[in-house]
Design a protein around this ligand. Structure first.
Ligand code: NDP
Length: 445
């Protein structure tokens, strides 16, 4: 089986040259599924793993737009529709200058497994553009979004493919995208995109869901080890949608977040991050974190941006991929970290993950821990389909149940496959089995 997995990987690398992040995410999954294929030769005969690694459809398009000075700008848009065995394609859009086809494929591949873990009828997809919204006026962001949707609209729909936000795509961008979709199609098809505002088809808790869900998953993981999140000190990288609401939920559950970051600065605030100030600086003013330090007595900038050098009980990387390296993991372990839980997608490098798990640190992988966002997107789709609107409390209760169920499912699968407490294994096994079985049932698709 090891030879077969190695061949599979070599072939994937040959056919997808230069897409390192995609190779990395597939490598991690393939490392887990050998025992599953041995136990389920019928899945292997149907070549489900080869099929899962090949996206159903990849769309790349030109996005021309005009800036505030009348200059014409060109970006590249992507939508990779990875797998629709379990339901319509579903996954966010990322606007960041670093976005390439390889980035979108890694995210779409991860999304397929994550969506399967939620137990909801969702396929996997991801998209985005190499557009940088930073420093752009509202008008420029709107014109970009309108141009992007002018191509994307023909590929999406509530039964086809349902985008949402990701890095650089928040409620403002979702509004401009949905507005253009509505205008072109002449249909108020709210279930075509999630992360909408409450007044225009959105759902309570969607904004908070990924961060909240990550912390709920962390709590479950700690409880399974006889530990308690209450009283723990934490660091959370990033200060965007996921990070801010991870901090909020951690504080609600009695933990204290003492460090956070953005793409240029990391901040240490021993008294605990002032969430109102952080939201004001990052969500309202869209400013740099140095503004936070200027206004908050007792807080300081961490030299060299080294957020992982702050001693904490729990670390939550919530910014971007490959942001927590082996050297960071060593420092965290030396400082006595008990848990690392991924709010971002693939934020921990493979070496760092191995070091943490070998050191006995509880490790919550993204595809399980941050699945609360997409799960709540599915709840938004349910409300749109039934023309209903649920309360914050009810929706949060649903999210909590889903996260507990994801935790339990991964925990049980890891134990069944002989490595109790290995959530990477558990998540990959469950995701693979669910998608594979559906693909076999649906024929050679
Ligand atoms: P946001 O754009 O809201 O925030 C991203 C944060 O990360 C910002 O603070 C940003 O800093 C920082 N950041 C971005 N790129 C880098 C980089 N290259 N180096 C260091 N810091 C960086 O994005 P989200 O919070 O929505 O997404 C964060 C992560 O969570 C991503 O991995 C995303 O895929 C994942 N995720 C998001 C979900 C969601 O519902 N939004 C769902 C599941 C996963 P700055 O402010 O300087 O730009």
């Amino acid at each position: 089986m090891a030879d077969r997995i190695a061949e599979l990987l070599a072939e994937l690398q040959r056919r997808n040259p230069g897409e390192e992040e995609f190779h990395q995410s597939v490598t991690e999954v393939l490392a887990s599924i050998g025992p599953v294929l041995s136990r389920h030769p019928e899945l292997d005969r149907h070549r489900t793993i080869e099929r899962i690694c090949e996206p159903e459809r990849q769309i790349i398009f030109r996005v021309p737009w005009t800036d505030d000075h009348g200059e014409i700008r060109i970006n590249r848009g992507f939508r990779v529709e990875f797998n629709s065995a379990l339901g319509p394609f579903k996954g966010g859009l990322r606007f960041h200058p670093s976005v390439t086809l390889g980035t979108v494929k890694f995210l779409g591949f991860e999304q397929t497994f994550k969506n399967a873990l939620t137990g909801m009828p969702l396929g996997g997809a991801k998209g985005g553009a190499d557009f940088d919204p930073k420093g752009r006026s509202d008008g420029e962001v709107m014109r970009f979004c309108q141009s992007f949707m002018t191509e994307l609209y023909r590929h999406i729909g509530e039964y086809t493919d349902v985008p949402a936000g990701d890095i650089g795509v928040g409620q403002r961008e979702i509004g401009y995208l949905f507005g253009q979709y509505k205008r072109i199609t002449n249909r108020y098809e709210a279930g075509t995109i999630t992360g909408k505002g409450i007044e225009w088809g959105g759902a309570h808790v969607r904004t908070e869901a990924t961060g909240y869900g990550t912390v709920i998953f962390a709590r479950e993981m700690l409880n399974a080890r006889g530990q308690d999140i209450e009283g723990m000190s934490c660091s959370v990288s990033g200060s965007g949608n996921v990070a801010i609401f991870a901090i909020e939920k951690a504080h609600q559950l009695g933990a204290k977040v003492i460090a956070c970051s953005d793409s240029t600065t990391a901040v240490h605030d021993p008294a605990g991050i002032d969430l109102d100030l952080l939201k004001q600086v990052k969500l309202v003013e869209r400013a740099r974190l140095t503004e936070y330090v200027d206004r908050r007595a007792g807080s300081e900038v961490i030299p060299d941006g080294g957020i992982w050098s702050v001693p904490v009980d729990m670390a939550m990387p919530c910014a971007t991929q490959n942001e927590l390296h082996e050297a960071d993991a060593k420092v965290l372990v030396a400082n006595g970290v008990k848990a690392v839980v991924e709010g971002a997608n693939m934020p921990t490098t493979p070496d760092a993950t191995a070091l943490l798990t070998d050191s006995g640190v509880a490790f919550g992988p993204a595809k399980a821990a941050n699945a609360g966002g997409v799960a709540t997107s599915a709840l938004e789709m349910q409300q749109d389909a039934s023309r209903d609107s649920w309360s914050f409390g009810y929706t949060e209760q649903r999210l909590t149940e889903i996260m507990k169920s994801i935790h339990r499912t991964c925990f049980d699968a890891a134990a069944e496959y002989g490595d109790p407490g290995n959530y990477v294994l558990g998540a990959n096994v469950v995701g693979f089995l669910r998608v594979s079985r559906a693909m076999v049932a649906l024929g050679v698709i």
